[in-house]
Design a protein around this ligand. Sequence first.
Ligand code: BG6
Length: 490
Amino acid sequence: MHYRNDPKFPEGFLWGASSSAWQVEGGVADGGRSESIIDINSRTKVPFADNSIAADHYHHYLEDVELMAECGFTSYRFSLSWSRIIPAADRKVNPEGIAFYNNLINALLERGITPIVTLYHYDMPVWVKEKCGGWMDRSIIDEFEYYCKVCYENFGDRVKYWLSINEQNMQIIYGYWLGLADSEDWFRDQWKMNHIMNLCHAKAVNLCHEMVEGGLIGPVPGMVPIYPESCRPLDQIAAMNAEEFTEKIWNDTYAYGTYSNFLKKYWEKNDIDPGILPGDMELIASAKIDYFAVNCYRSNVAKDAPLDSEQKAYLLNSTGVKGNFQFPVVPGEYALTRNPFVEYTDWDWEIDPSSLRYTLRYMHDHYHLPMIITENGFGAHESKGADGKVHDDYRINFLRENIYQVGLAIEDGCEVWGYNPWSFTDLLSTGNGIAKRYGLVYIDVTDDELNRAKDASDLSLARIKKDSFYWYSKLIKSNGTDWGEDMSGR
Ligand code: BG6
């Protein structure tokens, strides 16, 4: 659909930004926090900085919240650190961890900013890995349930919007990148792990509904819409295969409470036992989600991959030098390939604002649930200019085009209640330290400086508002009408 007028955002639409604990907080050994697996994993991403200091939000949270208020935020999506809340296997709740999040939540609410809280964003405590073997052992279900209970008990009186597990699909697909794939038979074991994660998600959903008065909860799939390379029928089927294996099988389970026939056939043909025990499917079916929280940055293109094609792993660009990556080929299923119609970032991510509208339409058509955008954004190499400021016109263009597409999806009939791009301040990327910056606010530090510093007190870590901060502020204070330029004909 093309529309003659600019789209309208509903009254009360939540405008904010997004972060996760391990990527923004730093202070990894402060306030009684214990180590998490991602701390160890992030140390392997040299020459980029690990997460010991990150944006030091742990010590700067009040300043950060003040800036959010100045920008005009009405929401902020962040995650809780399990290691900060329950630092050891004795299950003792850490009062300093609870106090930190209470202070953050209260500071947000005092400024009219609605907290949207992720329970788990990639950061498993080391003690959980040691005690339970991580996501691979069913004993984690009790630990995770207990952790959720502690979070709802302590924060559920004020936090009403909850998110269960961030990008479960990406954790399985990129198990090596995120440090989960440490099993000998990952090809099969990933489905066992995925099943256990589904059970944990289900526990989190049910417990939220039981314990949090008026509490709502949803999963956070990482969505990358898949377009077929051509109208060749085989490319269309390949695109459907890629869609199934990268996102749809997860979403179907969250929404319908069952595993799809597509997935069950795949398991059967590949001799995969996901470890389903009596009662599991009833639990999964009982967990009724209230919405989908959608992360979407880009799109992919798929083409047919015959059975005799050469298998290739998906190697993500981990340098920020264009072309330094490899598209996957999965014989008999699909191959991903370049899209000649879009530009690419320095990390070879497709710049495709329509992917957001496509995703919202797709999710709406399949699941008929409300949606909130919990991630979207532009990762770039950045530094201060001679005037001490950061002129990120490329990010303004990206956000403008993407948010416009959200508006169009709303005009198309999708129910979307908020937009929270990645990220508010610069923070650590999953694999590229602070060199890959996403923020509306610049953190005045480099990976080298983070690596050299003994602790955060060695660094200024000054917060500098980028041009995108001012542009976004105008847009959100006008509830999505002040685009900063004429948008007609988009
Ligand atoms: C999302 C994750 O998939 O993408 C975030 O939820 C992540 O944790 C973001 O940071 C951007 O990815 P990257 O690899 O550029 O940090």
